[in-house]
Design a protein around this ligand. Structure first.
Ligand SMILES: CC(C)(COP(=O)(O)OP(=O)(O)OC[C@H]1O[C@@H](n2cnc3c(N)ncnc32)[C@H](O)[C@@H]1OP(=O)(O)O)[C@@H](O)C(=O)NCCC(=O)NCCS
Length: 165
């Protein structure tokens, strides 16, 4: 059985390992090697993850099956001081995708968000990411587009997607 649990590892070992395994596959057609490494360092160094959890109040959850971590997600309540919960990250090991784990993560986040009187979920997704179909299938719609300068000459070319809860 797959269970969703909060991450308690301050070194984010499983999260870093899953990101390192999934990112090169998920973004092979979307991002250059250089941008991929740059973003991995920016978002998944231990220091960066600790900062996200402590100062930015991102909550990290894991999908676990028999002590093996198969995926992770992170989210933040009251994003931009609005009653919206932002899903910052959601990544599942490639050979465990399509088994309902992504949906289970979003359901978990919806329940948490409702308890905190949030009115909706919001996230950014690369315009060329197949995950757009996943989000659409669970009730998200595109609400905006954003080109975000992330430094070093790189940009993120995203759709903003939202779902009312
Ligand atoms: C996107 C991702 C999180 C989805 O999680 P998942 O566990 O694979 O998805 P689920 O099995 O929960 O799928 C839920 C629904 O979405 C649909 N779906 C999932 N991926 C899809 C895709 N690529 N295209 C179309 N539909 C898709 C499923 O068919 C399912 O529909 P159903 O409930 O009607 O059967 C996961 O595939 C992943 O980690 N992808 C690579 C990393 C990534 O791109 N993350 C998102 C960054 S913004």
């Amino acid at each position: 059985m797959i269970v969703i649990q909060r991450n308690t590892d301050e070194n984010f070992t499983s999260i870093r390992a899953i990101a390192a395994a999934v990112w090169p596959i998920a973004y092979s057609e979307t991002l250059s090697q250089e941008q991929l490494y740059y973003m991995m360092e920016m978002m998944y160094s231990i220091k960066s993850l600790q900062l996200q959890a402590s100062e930015k109040k991102h909550r990290f959850i894991l999908a676990i099956e028999e002590e093996t971590v198969l995926g992770f997600a992170s989210y933040e309540f009251n994003y931009s001081k609005k009653p919206k919960t932002k899903i910052h990250k959601i990544y599942i090991l490639t050979n465990h995708q399509g088994k309902g784990i992504g949906k289970a993560f979003v359901n978990f986040i919806v329940n948490e968000a409702k308890e905190r009187h949030q009115k909706g979920l919001i996230l950014n997704v690369n315009k060329r990411n197949k995950a757009i179909r996943f989000y659409e299938s669970i009730g998200f719609t595109i609400s905006n587009e954003e080109v975000i300068d992330i430094g070093n000459g790189f940009v993120m070319d995203d759709f903003v997607m939202e779902k009312t809860i």
